[in-house]
Design a protein around this ligand. Structure first.
Ligand code: E4P
Length: 228
C-alpha cells in the first residue's frame, strides 16, 4: 500500500520523505489554509520535495472552470500534479476532459460506492473515499472501502483507491488488510504508527545495559579480539 501524506506543511512532508514513508502527498483547501502560506509557494515547495504524485484541489464550480484550473495546475509539473476534482456532475465532465488532455485526476469527497463507480467510469486516476467523515456520522467508512475494492476488482477498473480522511492507526491497518492502493495519512497518524510501549521499554533497557558495559581503553585490545 502506498503512503501519501495528507498535509500541505512542507516540514511534515520533508520528515516523511526522510523516513522513506512518503510516496506522494494530498492537499485540500483546508490543509493549505492551515499553513498560513500563499498557495503558490506551498505548491512550489511540495513539488520540489515530494518524490511522487501531489494532489492539488481545483475549486471552480463548473466544468469549464475546473478544467481550466486542472490545466494550469498540471502545467506546474505534469509528471507529479494530480488534480483533485469534486464528485459532482460538473466534476465528472471535467474529469473526462482531463482524461482526454492526459491530466491525472483524483475524484474527491466520495461517500458512496456508486459515486466511486461513476468516478471509475469517467476514467479518474484516483478516487478518494473519506472514511473518517463517514465514521463521524455513524456510518462504517471501512465498509465503503471494501465495497469499492470489490466493484473495481470485479470490472478491472484502473482507478486507484485512496483511503482518505484517515484519523488513526486502525484505519491504516484495515486499509492495508483490505488491499487499498493508497492511504493518505496525516503526519501525526504516521508518527503514531511507530509507537509501541515494548519498543520504548526495549530501547531504555538496551541503553541502560550498554552504559554498564566496561569500556576498554583505546588500543588495549578489548572484546573478542583480546581473547585470541
Ligand atoms: C484528502 O484527500 C482529504 O482531503 C482529507 O483526507 C480529508 O480529511 P478530513 O476529513 O480529516 O478533513
Amino acid at each position: 500500500m502506498k503512503f501519501f501524506i495528507d498535509s500541505a506543511r512542507i516540514e511534515e512532508v520533508r520528515q516523511a520523505v526522510a523516513m522513506g514513508v512518503c510516496d506522494g502527498v494530498t492537499t485540500n483547501p483546508t490543509l493549505v489554509a492551515q499553513t498560513g502560506r500563499p498557495h503558490d509557494e506551498v505548491i512550489r515547495d511540495l513539488l520540489a520535495v515530494v518524490p511522487g504524485p501531489v494532489s492539488l484541489e481545483a475549486v471552480s464550480e463548473d466544468a469549464d472552470g475546473l478544467f481550466e484550473e486542472a490545466r494550469a495546475l498540471s502545467a506546474r509539473n505534469p509528471e507529479k500534479v494530480v488534480v483533485k476534482i469534486p464528485m459532482t456532475p460538473a466534476g465528472l465532465v471535467a474529469v473526462r476532459r482531463c482524461v482526454e488532455a492526459g491530466i491525472r485526476t483524483n475524484v474527491t469527497l466520495v461517500f458512496s460506492a456508486t459515486q466511486a463507480l461513476l468516478a471509475a467510469k469517467a476514467g479518474a486516476t484516483y478516487v478518494s473515499p473519506f472514511i473518517g467523515r463517514l465514521d463521524d456520522v455513524s456510518s462504517d467508512g471501512m465498509a465503503l472501502i471494501e465495497e469499492i475494492l470489490t466493484i473495481y476488482d470485479q470490472y478491472d477498473f484502473d482507478t486507484e483507491v485512496i483511503v482518505a480522511s484517515v484519523r488513526h492507526p486502525m484505519h491504516v491497518l484495515r486499509a492495508a488488510m483490505l488491499g487499498a492502493d493508497v492511504a493518505t495519512i496525516p503526519f501525526g497518524v504516521v508518527l503514531k504508527l511507530f509507537e509501541h510501549p515494548l519498543t520504548d521499554a526495549g530501547i531504555r533497557k538496551f541503553l541502560e545495559d550498554h552504559r554498564r558495559i566496561p569500556q576498554g581503553a583505546p588500543g588495549s585490545g578489548g572484546g573478542s579480539r583480546g581473547l585470541v
